[in-house]
Write a protein that binds this ligand. Structure first.
Ligand code: HEM
Length: 271
């Protein structure tokens, strides 16, 4: 009797424990994020709206091949910027024979994108490494514009890419120059924040009045500063910049002759 009663309470105990376990499991399973749930019957599996585009094969052009696509020999018009070839047929009003920018059709005329020399048919018409930083940025900007507006269809084998579409040493050189240009620009910006340009006005017979304000040079700040001459290596003339009064003297910064060193304005007579 005693054994039977013990067995009953043992089973009761088991039933209670199992029920608790089932309830806890149900709660945990409910909290699992939906992406882990197996698909429900009768639910259509999700199909992406757009069928992914099959990547088109990139073509490597030779100069002669690209020259065919100048809107005269072939109807399609291609052009190259820093060795990247674009199909500009949809912009043929600019590039067809007789149009303003026909020069660029069927060739890499990267240099003329900033020089505007549309008669340059020399072998250097795609040469841009000797240009200044702003002009190089400008050509890069053009390449971005073409990439956004037109279809990129390949590379031009020659100065920037080889016959396998790999970057050439020249391209590596260009990338180095671009990096240096970016660093210089960043440095110039930093310098401008440290030494904002002065306000300048000129009067015949008197010379230039240079003065500092909390927004001179377009740099808004909480200090005014005093005008000083900043000598930058490689730049012919000193620039007028505003320097904090407590600025430690730098070899590149000189006071204006005849100006009180603590004055926020100064008259610089004409030489
Ligand atoms: C270095 C000088 C210049 C270069 C290299 C140049 C280059 C170009 C190029 C390549 C295009 C066609 C862009 C495309 O495919 O959508 C274009 C368009 C145009 N350019 Fe120039 N351009 C120069 C100077 C000028 C000047 C000085 C003017 C005006 C006085 C001008 C006015 C225009 C106009 C109105 C368009 C057409 C815009 C459109 O219809 O979408 N460009 N330029």
């Amino acid at each position: 009797m005693f054994v039977v009663a013990n067995l009953r309470s043992y089973f009761k105990f088991l039933v209670v424990i199992t029920t608790i376990a089932v309830v806890i499991a149900a709660i945990i399973l409910n909290q699992i994020p939906s992406e882990y749930e197996s698909p429900k019957i009768n639910e259509t599996p999700e199909v992406p709206n757009e069928i992914p585009e099959v990547p088109k094969k990139i073509h490597i052009f030779t100069d002669q091949e690209l020259a065919q696509y100048n809107g005269i020999h072939e109807e399609r018009i291609y052009l190259s910027v820093i060795g990247s070839v674009f199909d500009v047929t949809k912009g043929k009003k600019h590039y067809k024979k007789g149009a303003s920018y026909h020069y660029f059709a069927g060739k890499d005329g990267s240099r003329a994108l900033v020089t505007g020399d549309f008669n340059d048919e020399s072998s250097n018409k795609d040469y841009i490494l000797d240009l200044n930083c702003d002009d190089i940025f400008n050509v890069l900007h053009w390449r971005r514009t073409f990439r956004e507006k037109y279809e990129f269809i390949g590379y031009l084998s020659g100065r920037y890419y080889d016959e396998n579409g790999e970057e050439t040493i020249y391209m590596t050189g260009l990338k180095k120059v671009v990096k240096q240009c970016r660093e210089e620009k960043e440095e110039a910006k930093k310098q401008e924040r440290t030494f904002p340009p002065c306000n300048i006005s000129w009067k015949e017979g008197e010379g230039s009045k240079v003065w500092c304000s909390k927004s001179s040079g377009g740099i808004v700040r909480n200090w005014v500063g005093v005008p000083r001459q900043l000598y930058t290596p490689g730049v012919e003339r000193p620039q007028c910049v505003c320097v904090r009064r407590d600025n430690k003297n730098s070899a590149l910064i000189k006071e204006y002759e005849g100006c009180p060193s603590s004055s926020s304005e100064c008259i610089v007579p004409d030489k």
